[in-house]
Design a protein around this ligand. Structure first.
Ligand code: MG
Length: 376
């Protein structure tokens, strides 16, 4: 088993990302980029030692981190040198060097870098450049550059420890990149597939991008709605906008569409916006005999305005009769039209109460709806 150490470089001051705290120490969904990087290496079975290189100013931040702490220099290469020096007494076989400002690193990338070191003295993740590349002095395109065989460099970059140590000893330049130092010493650097999510936090916008990559911006709202309408004399009921023949009708101020009311209330519930009665008071005559699609549209428009989108709707209609199943498909199609949802995200099902209770006695219909809203 190879002895593999990692040096996580966290000594930068991160001025470009703005703010008072260096970017690598800013919590992303509650956990700093440094802590996330350490955790990813800790979880990787091949890694035996984790060194964290920091500025003296940041020592207080390292209290509960599972890494050996090394004090770094003013420049990145000085920090890497400090890390290599700390490993020199008990040199590992391989060393990986990672930028602490890349919090969304995955174990797959680490494994690929280590695997490539079987055949090469150095290896690093890179992503092929897919955008066109322009040369643009003064903000005006002067040439289209050939992007063939160009890569965007990522970390961790991996090296045979002794080879990198020697490369640093013989390096005369203050290179910003370990690959540059390795190449200057004649080492071949193998490129392994990078990960688009493994971005380096540089600007304030990058924090939001990384939080998205980490799935930390998830805003999911669940809502439920329940409604009941009693039967009265009549020849049909309206359920989810569909006219269903029956020997009675549902009593109500509007069209008494118990299914659509439950869904609408579930939407208001998910937004913490009260219920139908609050938005369409039954005391107002203009909602008399109203098409309940008006209520549902109001709720979906409100969710649009709030930047929320419906993920799915699940409705259960509770009655002995009329039979719902023969009409369920038409109801789903109608709800799909009204909400803009795909039919595969809408469920209309029915149950009886085994002839118990008011629905069992055929006194009315009850409806129970659940919806999920997600941030767009
Ligand atoms: Mg109602």
């Amino acid at each position: 088993m190879l002895d593999i150490a990692v040096i996580i470089v966290a000594a930068g001051r991160g001025l470009r990302a703005g703010g008072a705290v260096p970017k690598q120490w800013v919590p992303l969904a509650g956990i700093s980029s440094v802590a996330r990087s350490i955790a990813t290496f800790q979880d990787h079975p091949a890694i035996s030692r984790i060194l964290l290189v920091v500025q003296p100013d940041d020592l207080a931040r390292t209290d509960r981190l599972a890494a050996e702490i090394v004090i770094g220099g003013a420049e990145r290469y000085l920090s890497v040198q400090a890390g290599l020096a700390a490993l020199a007494d008990t040199p590992p076989d391989l060393v990986l060097i990672h930028d602490a400002a890349r919090p969304a690193l995955t174990g797959r990338v680490i494994s690929d870098v280590i695997a490539a070191l079987d055949d090469f003295p150095a290896a690093a993740p890179g992503l092929p450049v897919s955008d066109s590349l322009w040369r643009g002095p003064d903000g005006v395109v002067s040439a289209l550059e050939d992007r063939t065989a160009l890569y965007r460099a990522q970390t961790p970059q991996g090296f045979h420890f002794r080879a990198l140590q020697k490369a640093y000893e013989s390096s005369e330049t203050a290179a910003t990149d370990d690959v540059a130092i390795a190449r200057a010493a004649g080492l071949n650097v193998k490129i392994v597939p990078g990960d688009p999510a493994n971005i380096k936090i540089t600007t304030p916008e990058d924090f939001a991008r990384v939080e998205r990559a980490l799935g930390a911006d998830m805003d999911i709202r669940i809502g439920n709605g329940f409604d009941v309408h009693a039967f009265e004399p009549g020849d049909h009921v309206v359920l989810c906008g569909v006219k269903v023949p029956h020997d009675r009708s549902l009593k109500g101020h509007s069209d008494a569409d118990v299914g659509m009311h439950a869904i609408t209330d579930a939407l208001y519930g998910a937004m913490a916006e009260g219920d139908i009665g609050r938005h369409f008071p039954p005391s107002e005559a203009r909602w008399k005999d109203a098409d309940s699609a008006v209520f549902l549209r109001h709720a979906t428009t409100l969710s649009d305005k709030k930047g929320l989108t419906i993920s799915n709707i699940d409705l259960t209609l509770i009655c002995e009769r009329p039979k719902i199943t023969p009409h369920a498909k038409t109801m789903i199609e109608n709800l799909a039209k009204l909400t803009g949802l795909g039919a595969d995200r809408i469920s209309v099902k029915a149950t009886t109460t085994e002839e118990r209770g008011f629905t069992g006695r055929g006194e009315g219909i009850a409806a129970l709806a659940s919806v999920v809203l997600v941030r767009k």
